[in-house]
Design a protein around this ligand. Structure first.
Ligand code: GRG
Length: 304
């Protein structure tokens, strides 16, 4: 594993970690393949193996490592369960009945290449598969029954009505309306923040961290989640579809964003404020985690 300290070392860390996540996802998709018809399996592959920053698994493994876990294959398998939920959410988010997107991660969206009906099935298959993936990873990491229950519950709660699905619902209801600060925060805490925060909590729980540490890392995750979303809105408003590899933009969809609410400068200030909050929480956790420190800075410095 690359240590931090020199310029470029964090980028090397991200590249190495993403490569190990990629291997874990390949293992997960291979396990699924045999139970799926070829057309659905191909759509799953398109959605899951289609690149992306792999931020959620990297956060999960980094938290696991920071809490004393060793970065074995099982740790990346656990991270892969989060990415499977994330992948399904993007496949469904891009559908004509939601954002009707044509481009994602620089490629045509899954329904554009595999059709709408197959994409709905492929996305749906990934939800229980992700829960089973987390169970499988916990077994390989030697987690006890109570730890395993807590990890899987964390993943499914973050993905559910009180988390990502609920946030997406609010997002769809908000199209074409100007949302206030409380509505926008509430929407994004669920839609994006819940899964990002769960990435940290799952890593901490699987490593057997004390409650106090797991709670501080979850608060770090919440602040990182909000910083990530504000940065996402800033990128959406300032970068082209070609650079971001996705369209349509939030403005095309009539969505309220942190930039439409506060303007660019104030949005940047708020993103930086959340990073500072995340670093405070990290300090409070008491774990020595240079990677998590660098990841908090990365979510707002990233270019896509
Ligand atoms: C039926 C209401 C209903 C919901 C189904 C579709 C869905 C569930 C949820 C969508 C949630 C969603 C689209 C969240 C977006 C989160 C987000 C900011 C994605 C971009 O994440 P990155 O930048 O993407 O990490 P990469 O490509 O790097 O993986």
């Amino acid at each position: 594993m690359t240590e931090l300290g020199e310029p470029g070392q964090f980028s090397a860390y991200m590249v190495e970690e993403a490569a190990r996540v990629e291997l874990a996802l390949e293992r997960a998709v291979e396990r699924l393949d045999s139970s799926l018809k070829a057309d659905v399996a191909a759509a799953v592959r398109h959605g899951v193996m289609g690149g992306g920053k792999r931020l959620r698994p990297i956060l999960c493994v980094s938290a696991y490592g920071a809490c004393g876990g060793s970065r074995t294959e099982g740790a990346y398998d656990l991270g892969a369960s989060l990415e499977m939920i994330h992948a399904y959410s993007l496949m469904h988010d891009d559908l004509p009945c939601m954002d009707d997107a044509e481009l994602r991660r620089g490629r045509p969206t899954t329904h554009r290449t595999h059709g709408e009906a197959i994409t709905i099935r492929a996305g749906a298959v990934l939800i229980p598969a992700a829960a089973l993936q987390a169970l499988y990873a916990c077994r390989h990491l030697g987690c006890g029954p109570e730890q395993t229950r807590a990890v899987v519950q964390e993943l499914m709660s973050a993905a559910g009505a009180g988390g990502m699905v609920g946030g997406q619902w609010l997002d769809l209801l908000g199209e074409g309306r100007s949302l206030g600060a409380a509505e926008l925060d509430g929407l994004h805490r669920r839609k994006t923040g819940a899964l990002l925060a769960a990435s940290l909590t799952m890593g901490a729980l699987a490593a057997g961290a004390e409650d106090r540490v797991a709670e501080a890392l979850q608060s770090y995750g919440r602040a990182v989640g909000l910083a990530f979303q504000i940065a996402d809105d800033i990128l959406d408003a300032t970068e082209s579809a070609a650079t971001l590899g996705k369209n349509p933009s939030d403005a095309d969809l009539g969505k309220s964003t942190y930039v439409s609410l506060y303007g660019l400068d104030e949005a940047k200030r708020r993103a930086a404020e959340q990073v500072a909050r995340a670093l405070d929480e990290l300090g409070r956790s008491g774990v020595d985690a240079p990677h998590l420190e660098a990841l908090a800075r990365y979510v707002v410095a990233r270019e896509k």
